[in-house]
Design a protein around this ligand. Structure first.
Ligand code: NDP
Ligand code: X2W
Length: 344
């Protein structure tokens, strides 16, 4: 299998190379750039020296059409036009950006503040929250990979909505991300003196992942709900901790909650339900495609707290994209993704 990566110089692209390097079906990985043609990849990421020393290639459509899979790990607003000439070619397209996720184009334009992709392409894209979209991913040639926060938020709430255990209108998701979540470009918010020794809230009630989470609840649990969702930047490189507070319906018991999660994820190798958590944090999944989920029902308030931990660059981006590729081609779902988390 021959792989092309557009946007390879970014964090998502680098993570795709790291993981695809260990994939049993991948024979070649080529990297494409809009700004650094001819540069050796290992000059960008010195950790890859003598392992992945390829030159960055110019984006060229007739060349790109010769690959089996093209991953685009480019900023929102780029893939919508970049992918158009490739839509009818015999190649699988996997987009890591938000460009094809929101089925309602107005939502995209309102929340991203950019021109949307064309409706026909948004319709064609399968929203690849793998655990819930497997059947659609299998028959597809075009995957829109979920956002990092929605991955954690949806995996930890869909089973509750699906089994009708929770009260709509009461869902508050409080999420924290490491700084790699904002990408490789130099922005003030990821400046050491801004990010270190600091926790900040950003995009309050305006985050582009709000409509994506609400769409996911409708798509996979059949529930229309409006949520409160807050995002915080914390001084670490990777990881998302997503904590949801939600009121349960009268009669909902701990057994019912446990059964909802067990049933939902009985065939999901990357979702680990953690019963006794103790200290529950992002270090338990770092560098891997796992999503760990832990919950507790507070009987005093009838409110459920559910927490999910993922690595934003892996299950939140490159790992889930490869998981989708594996499902789409009928490979072992864990191929290229079978690492033990880097705990320390
Ligand atoms: N970081 C994360 O945790 C997550 C990111 N995402 C999404 O994945 C995508 C990539 O994210 P990330 O890797 O962090 O971003 P980065 O900013 O690190 O990298 C994006 C890359 O896109 C390329 N690029 C920029 N403009 C263009 C253009 N006009 N045409 C072609 N390529 C372009 C650049 O490479 P070059 O200059 O070499 O072309 C750049 O290195 C984004 O849409 C992001 O929202 C999704 C989930 C999680
Ligand atoms: C820490 C940080 O800044 N994270 C980014 C997540 C980027 C992302 O996944 O955005 P897309 O929906 O465009 O793919 C953010 O909150 O915007």
């Amino acid at each position: 299998m021959k792989i092309a990566i557009i946007g390879a110089t970014g964090f998502g692209g680098a993570e795709l190379i790291r993981l695809l390097h260990g994939h049993s079906k991948v024979e070649a990985i080529d990297v494409f750039t809009s700004s650094e043609v001819g540069e050796q990849y290992s000059n960008k990421y010195p950790s890859m020296i003598q392992i992945y020393d390829q030159p960055l290639l110019e984006i060229n459509y007739s060349k790109l059409a010769q690959y089996d899979v093209i991953f685009a790990s480019t900023p929102a607003g780029v893939t919508s036009t970049l992918f158009e000439p490739l839509m009818n070619k015999d190649v699988v397209l996997i987009d890591l950006s938000g460009d094809f996720r929101l089925k309602n184009l107005e939502d995209y334009e309102n929340w991203y503040g950019k021109k949307s992709a064309k409706q026909q392409y948004v319709d064609k894209a399968v929203y690849g929250l793998t655990e819930w979209a497997k059947e659609n991913v299998k028959g597809s040639t075009f995957i829109s990979n979920p956002g990092c926060y929605p991955t954690a938020a949806l995996l930890s709430t869909i089973p509750l909505y699906k089994e009708d255990l929770v009260i709509p209108g009461t869902c508050i998701i409080d999420a924290k991300s490491g700084v790699t979540g904002s990408g490789n470009s130099l922005v003030k918010s990821s400046h050491f003196c801004e990010a270190n020794e600091n926790i900040s809230i950003y995009k309050m009630n305006k985050h582009q992942h709000i409509p994506e989470i609400e769409q996911g609840l409708k798509m996979f649990a059949g529930t229309e709900d409006t949520i409160t969702f807050s995002t915080h930047l914390v001084p670490m490189m990777r990881g998302i901790l997503s904590t949801t507070y939600i009121n349960v319906k009268e009669g909902t018991t701990e057994d019912m909650i446990q059964r909802a999660f067990e049933e939902a994820y009985k065939d999901a190798p990357f979702v680990r339900l953690i019963e006794e958590a103790g200290m529950f944090g992002t270090n338990r999944v770092r560098g891997t495609n796992y999503c760990d989920i832990h919950w507790d029902l507070d009987e005093r308030t009838n409110r459920l707290t559910v927490v999910a931990a993922i690595d934003n660059l892996v299950k939140g981006a490159a790992g889930q994209a490869i998981q989708n590729m594996n499902v789409l081609f009928g490979y072992d779902e864990m191929d290229g993704l079978d690492q033990i988390p880097l705990y320390m």
